[in-house]
Design a binder for this molecule. Structure first.
Ligand SMILES: Nc1ncnc2c1ncn2[C@@H]1O[C@H](COP(=O)(O)OP(=O)(O)OP(=O)(O)O)[C@@H](O)[C@H]1O
Length: 231
């Protein structure tokens, strides 16, 4: 489903006039419908891999070959901004610990919008959004409130609901359970298991290794080669 070949990414630290090589030739393969967990020490580049796949970051070299429904095999390093926008709406989801709040958009509208983007009817979007909010235990009293007032855990659960409800072909999970309590974590786990059954391919970073157990089909260890120095 996704094949990363010799991916390289560095950041220019302008105030030091230095370059930080964050990814130095990463290669990995994720078969369709499987779950790859990425582990490695803090700062080793785990999030940078996910952000490069989602194209939040542009890579300097390498390939990210994604088997897309709309475009066939597409290299996400080279994809046009238009293709990236399409894939984000229809095929690739990304969940981090941070919620992208839209101004004057309620929690329910936010989840509905994820579905409307897919071309689902308003009626179906509302029903599915309500189901997702229920699943992730967002209190019904909050459905018509603005999420910028939510607690950290509520924001996180809403974020996950927005991504999961779309049943994307590829879902990138960047520590989505950080700061969630045990019962919320279980809800996330249930949702991931359901997505897997429905064929979603997943790549995830979790500090909670216990959470990953039995969920991941394979683990990618950020190697010592990723230890880096400013140049
Ligand atoms: N936007 C950025 N600008 C400059 N440097 C960055 C940027 N994003 C990441 N880095 C640097 O790249 C390296 C890898 O960061 P990354 O966030 O991918 O690590 P990580 O393994 O996910 O860490 P953690 O487990 O602590 O979240 C770090 O040294 C970080 O400082």
């Amino acid at each position: 489903m996704i094949s990363v070949e010799n991916l390289q990414k560095s950041f220019t630290i302008h105030h030091l006039n230095k370059i930080l090589p964050a990814l130095q030739g990463i290669s990995l393969d994720v078969p369709e419908g499987s779950f790859l967990g990425i582990v490695g020490k803090s700062g080793s580049g785990k999030s940078t891999i996910l952000k490069s796949i989602y194209r939040t970051y542009e890579s300097q070299a390498g390939k990210i070959l994604f088997q897309s429904e709309a475009f066939g095999t597409i290299d996400l390093v080279q994809a046009t901004p238009r293709e990236v926008v399409y894939l984000r709406k229809h095929e690739i989801g990304y969940v981090s610990q941070f919620l992208n709040v839209m101004p004057r958009t309620t929690a329910l509208e936010l989840v509905e919008q994820s579905l409307l983007d897919l071309g689902v009817s308003k009626q179906e979007a509302t029903l599915r959004a309500q189901e997702a909010l229920k699943h992730f235990d967002i209190d019904e009293a909050l459905w018509n409130s603005y999420p910028n007032m939510f607690s950290g855990g509520e924001k996180l659960r809403l974020n996950i609901a927005c991504a999961v409800v779309k049943e994307p072909r590829l879902l990138l999970l960047d520590e989505p359970t950080a700061s969630l309590d045990q019962s919320s974590k279980l809800k996330v786990r249930e949702a991931i298991e359901k997505l897997k059954v429905n064929g979603t391919t997943l790549i995830g970073i979790f500090h909670d290794l216990e959470f990953m157990e039995g969920l991941c089909d394979s683990i990618f260890h950020m190697s010592k080669m990723q230890e880096k120095e400013l140049v």
